[in-house]
Design a protein around this ligand. Structure first.
Ligand code: MN
Ligand code: MN
Length: 481
């Protein structure tokens, strides 16, 4: 027999708000969905670790679904009609796509934006050197990493290099079981007394992050730097490159392991690059809901997948570039009949966006940096960040009360389990997303995404239910905003 609730208990239920684990309300059908969604996500991750590979993957998904290249669509005489699908591949590293809605785009689009780049170790422009009968690649890390985490981790090399005849060669070494891998070495504990006394940020420096790539000499009495020479010989044979070809190459070292389930209960996924490919995947799946259905969405649905977020969103493939404005200008012109900058501004100012980026998940091992009342947790659903930034909210895009309320109302109506998403304690640190670049265009924007443990490490962890809930949240947003 259940006891009668006290007045205080009843009042707490009525007035308070307690966020419980999202697993508690998941139905057996949901659990099945979550598992299937996670499997597709792991495949998506394993097939593309870099912005180039992910862009290529999304490009091919869209082409198969009948999306038309925007260059062609924008140059044709024929208008874009509700249900039409277009995409724009931006220099092979970023991508926008749209499904034209029934309402005029000047009344605003529903936009999801995520970034495709992740922190990693880039190979320098003149990387190969030999020291003490070993050959190394000199590197320059990309994005915010804790450098010590990247030593003694099997690494794969991905990217492009032009051979000496000027032909582009795609590089992907270390992902196949039979491929060799590469590694940044670290000092044995026995001789680490001095290193252990250093500040964590100084124990391994940027210049220490050199990748071991070989140790066998080319046999010749008179030749110099024989190990390096042998590596050059191998690279020349396989890719037709010589030493100077690295001057233009873009080669990224990323962890060689695949995405794996984590935990006895398999409730989590561990992988390189969840930030921000988990939100990119959830956004893609949510938007493609309208491409598959065969009927047009109310508002024009747009996904913007950007590059260079991890280095501050500058550059011509980043959120800061004009490519998004150009894309929406094209859509506005082709749906309204004429190029008119006023219409473009109307479209931008009336648009709504979720910046779908990850959040820092509470970690009990480092509890002191979090505000437990406002931070996000693994397993409690999609995290809503009203604002990001650091210190006194510097550099943030702060979503208005009106807009946050709108989003929460949609999530509640669609039973999307949401939680707060403030990054950490005030004055501890902070971060930004692409939200500010889109806010600058006059778009109403808010960050909503998946909480991540060990963010920016070689093996980040997310909860399967948060990934799926993010997808549900993005879908609800696209349907009802
Ligand atoms: Mn991110
Ligand atoms: Mn990041």
């Amino acid at each position: 027999m259940s006891e009668e609730k006290t007045e205080g208990q009843k009042l707490t239920e009525k007035l308070g708000f307690k966020i419980k684990s999202a697993w508690e309300t998941a139905s057996p059908a949901d659990l099945d969905d979550i598992e299937k969604f996670s499997t597709r996500y792991k495949d998506f991750l394993n097939a593309g670790k870099t912005e180039r590979e992910i862009t290529l993957q999304i490009d091919s998904i869209l082409s198969k679904l009948g999306f038309i290249d925007a260059k062609i669509a924008f140059s044709k005489e024929t208008p874009l009609l509700p249900g039409d699908k277009i995409y724009q591949n931006i220099r092979g590293k970023a991508l926008n796509f749209a499904i034209i809605g029934k309402k005029p785009v000047t009344e605003g689009a529903a936009i999801l934006g995520a970034h495709l780049d992740s922190p990693r170790i880039d190979i320098k422009t003149n990387p190969l050197y030999e020291d003490s009968d070993a050959a190394f690649f000199d590197t320059h890390y990309y994005g915010g990493i804790k450098k010590y985490q990247w030593t003694t981790v099997p690494l794969a090399l991905h990217g492009v290099i032009f051979d000496s005849s000027g032909n582009k060669q795609n590089i992907c070494i270390g992902e196949d079981e039979n491929d060799p891998v590469f590694v940044i070495t670290d000092l044995l504990p026995h001789l680490s007394q001095e290193q252990a006394e250093k500040k964590m940020s100084k124990a391994i420096t940027g210049e220490d992050l050199d990748i071991l790539v070989g140790s066998r000499p080319f046999y010749d009495e008179k030749a110099e730097a024989k190990v390096k020479l042998n590596i050059l010989r191998i690279l020349n044979k396989k890719y037709g490159v010589t030493e100077s070809c690295f001057a233009s190459a873009e080669i990224e070292a990323v962890p060689a392991q695949k995405a794996r389930d984590v935990g006895f209960d398999r409730s989590m996924i561990g992988a390189y690059g969840h930030d921000d490919k988990c939100c990119a995947f959830a956004s893609l799946e949510a938007a493609l809901h309208f491409a598959n259905r065969g009927s047009a969405p109310e508002r024009t649905v747009i996904c913007s997948f950007t590059d260079k977020e991890e280095t501050g969103s500058s550059g011509n493939t980043s959120a800061e570039s004009r490519s998004f404005e150009d894309f929406i200008t094209g859509i506005t012109a082709k749906t309204s009949g004429s190029y008119d900058s006023f219409k473009t501004h109307l479209a931008l100012n009336n648009s709504f966006m979720i910046s779908s980026d990850v959040n820092a998940a509470f970690d009990p091992a480092f509890a002191s940096v979090f505000d437990k009342k406002t931070c996000s947790y693994c397993g409690k659903g999609i995290a809503i960040s009203k604002y990001t930034g650091h210190g006194g909210k510097y550099g943030c895009s702060d979503a208005s009360a009106e807009y946050v309320q709108k989003i929460i109302k949609i999530f509640n109506a669609e039973k999307v389990r949401w939680q707060y998403g403030n990054m950490g304690k005030v004055d501890i640190g902070g971060g930004g997303t692409i939200a500010s670049q889109f806010a600058r265009l006059g778009i109403e924007v808010i960050d909503c995404g998946v909480p991540v443990l060990s963010m920016h490490s070689p093996f980040e962890v997310i909860s399967k239910i948060d990934l799926w809930t993010a997808y549900k949240g993005y879908l609800a947003f696209l349907k009802h905003i």
